[in-house]
Design a protein around this ligand. Sequence first.
Ligand code: GAP
Length: 445
Amino acid sequence: MSTPGLMDKIVSLCKRRGFVFQASEVYGGFESTWDYGPLGVEMKRRIADAWWHDVVIAREDVVGLDSAILQSPRVWEVSGHVAGFNDPLVDCKECKGRFRADKLDETPCPLKPSRTVGKGGACALTEARQFNLMFKTHVGPVEDTAATTYLRPETAQGIFTNFLNVQQTMRKKLPFGIGQIGKSFRNEIVTGNFLYRTREFEQMEMEYFCAPEEAPRWFEHWVEERYRWYVKLGLRPEKLRKRPHAKDELAHYAAACVDLEYEFPWGWGELEGIANRTDYDLRKHSEASGKKLAHYDEETKAWTTPYVVEPAAGLSRCVLTFLVDAYREETVDNGEERVVLKLHPRIAPIALGVFPLVKRDGMPEIAREIVAKCLDRFPVFYDESGAVGRRYRRQDEIGTPFCATVDGQTLQDRTVTLRDRDSMKQERVGIDALPETVERGVRGR
Ligand code: GAP
């Protein structure tokens, strides 16, 4: 499958089947922002739930938080974002384009796309200047500097400023983590590749606080854990790699960082970064606020400013990655073509399609009864229109792992056929056992 072909197909499938729409579409769209439709929001929630379950709920040493998007501007001054959260920007006087100076050799020239920016012949680039990525906004009715703050560019700082609140209320001892899922905003110079790089996006971040000497061990632990998580949720391991950062690439706060990268149609790109952030953030916020953001050990009677190991993933980027990885075009036994999203059942937006073979003989009534039995367990979709083969294809295309069909035999013995999306094999299952069977499949196979 050629590179632009695959992305075009995914964008078109997302629109046609209600995963993702262009934001403000009725006004011609708005600056690579996207709205999640019924299937997209369900898939995104299911990925977030899988993360929340595996990283927060299923671990005794991690608790959750939901901090505000708007924080005191002091947070961003002290964290270093006001002074240092910049990308280098160049303008081209010829094409009027704006580009990231550090990515010119991977950016096609708008006037001569076979060449990169700066090599297009007529390119007239300005000197690079630093551009701060935070969105400035004003709080309250007066637009003066005293009221200026920023939309958060990462969820992490809300965790650092709440370190003591969480540690004391939950009586946590080192090591422990605080996880958070939420929106972040960056005024990216260049957006693109659909959901990959946008100005408004969601993150799933966890800050794991530990004794300084234990940070390297926890860093290794979280790199492995997070890699395994993606594989467990179905990403093909040959498309996933760990890329350690070179020393000169590390963020100002980090002692070490490994990116988990996925091989997208346009090349390898970051899906998640795992960093050893040292004690940088807690120390800075302690110094600036006068509050001792540290851990007191009752036994040793000693204070420690913990080190932090941070697995930081992009939720919106995960939606795109799982879609890209799951998309297949197959020729099936009868020679027909099918498009299928081989999404892991845990993150598929619909778990079960339910069909009456025909719209008579009481079959729709039984199918409706099955839907009612399943509704409060997992997402289920009823469809009685068209040939049953076409109904299977429609569910394949949106990644539904199971389809149950009520047929003539159901009227005799209250069994239905249960079809597996990937193998397309069908087995007969009793109606009473069906919800549990599907639920087991959705929990993970
Ligand atoms: N707290 C650390 C932090 O924010 P990051 O590497 O800048 O680290 C973490 O961001 C993850 O957030 C990235 O790996 C990526 O998945 C996602 N992300 C960052 N910028 C993004 C953008 N403009 N659009 C979509 N996702 C983004």
